[in-house]
Design a protein around this ligand. Structure first.
Ligand code: UDP
Ligand code: MG
Length: 321
């Protein structure tokens, strides 16, 4: 029932995308057919709470090249992509969003770059004009911070629209870490990489599945997974504060020796104490972030559970189903 492995796998994480799947397939399938290679489309249902799975099943029934991987619950986009990569059978996988923000027509250029010998091809966003100023500012400063703190330099606007060659897929599959920041991992694995700019479109239907707290979580994951600089910052803060404390201590002792004991000093005591406790708490918090991550990694839990999996057929020979 597995059929022959396709040349290309298109992996699409879907969370509450019922309204988008049909229009997406209508645009995506002709593009893939135009490439003249065998392909499968793998819809990864990330525990959607709407009719996504039903719609996907309908599409898969009509087109055997569409496969469905349903996760047992909502695990988040990073894990959904991981599950998709694990199950992609092609010599290359294309990752794209379900909401048509990633124009399927760009796949032609991605595949052409793959033919040239590139192994990881990113479609990078030229601009996201319809997003709020604050979100754009936050995203921008996050990438700046990440570039400063770690040695991976993500090109601006590189998202999850990319083509990964089998070599890169296998490299990604070999990474068992739980706190997954896929965008960082794509760069970390190396290989011959290329970027192709594209204009993202507006989400077709539904709302973005990313709440502010999820975005902050992702950003924290990205920073702590690729950098230990925050830990060092805590140490540096400690050294600085101790240094100031020694100077101030010497000043106090001299003052007592010269002018005798002067009882009032409540203000300086309070300020010193509050400041030091603040620094200590921040350092503890940073330490805690990393310890928490070590805890999560050591549990060695599987990253996800598959509710059901039905692979797509590489060739539309429905007769063998
Ligand atoms: N997504 C997912 N699981 C989630 C949240 C989102 O699989 O928990 C999918 C979603 O269906 C879409 C892609 O990830 O295909 C990008 O999500 P979204 O459009 O909400 O993010 P944004 O475009 O705002 O970055
Ligand atoms: Mg989107």
């Amino acid at each position: 029932m597995n059929g022959k492995a396709p040349e290309l796998s298109v992996v699409i994480p879907c969370f509450n995308e019922a309204a988008n799947l049909t229009p997406l397939m209508a645009r995506l399938v002709p593009v893939l057919e135009g490439l003249g290679r065998s392909f499968e489309i793998l819809l990864v249902d990330d525990g959607s709470r709407d009719r996504t799975l039903e719609v996907a099943a309908g599409l898969a029934a009509a087109d055997p090249r569409i496969g469905i991987l349903a996760l047992s619950r909502n695990f988040g986009k990073e894990i959904a992509i991981t599950a998709g990569i694990d199950h992609a059978r092609g010599n290359a996988a294309i990752l794209m969003d379900a909401d048509l923000q990633h124009p399927p027509e760009k796949i032609i250029e991605l595949a052409a770059a793959w033919d040239e010998g590139f192994q990881i091809i990113h479609a990078t966003q030229a601009a996201r004009p319809f997003e709020g100023v604050i979100k754009r500012l936050c995203v921008k400063s996050f990438y700046k911070l990440l570039a400063q703190l770690s040695d991976i330099k993500l090109p601006r606007g590189a998202g999850d629209f990319c083509l990964l060659d089998r070599a890169a897929l296998d490299a990604l599959k070999s990474m068992p870490e739980r706190a997954r920041f896929m965008k960082g991992l794509y760069f970390w694995v190396g290989f011959r990489q290329k970027q192709i700019p594209y204009e993202p479109a507006e989400r077709l239907a539904g709302a973005s599945g990313w709440s502010l707290s999820r975005l902050i979580g992702l950003a924290l994951n990205g920073l702590t997974a690729f950098s230990t600089v925050p830990l060092r910052l805590a140490s540096i803060a400690g050294v600085l504060v101790s240094f100031i404390a020694i100077i101030y201590g010497m000043f106090l002792v001299t003052d007592v020796l010269l002018h005798g004991i002067d009882v009032p000093g409540y203000a300086s005591l309070m300020v010193g104490m509050l400041f030091l406790s603040g620094v200590q708490l921040i350092s503890l918090g940073i330490l805690g972030e990393y310890v928490g991550r070590i805890f999560n990694e050591t549990k060695q839990r599987p990253l996800y559970f598959v509710g059901s999996y039905r692979p797509g057929q590489a060739h539309a020979d429905a007769g063998t189903l």
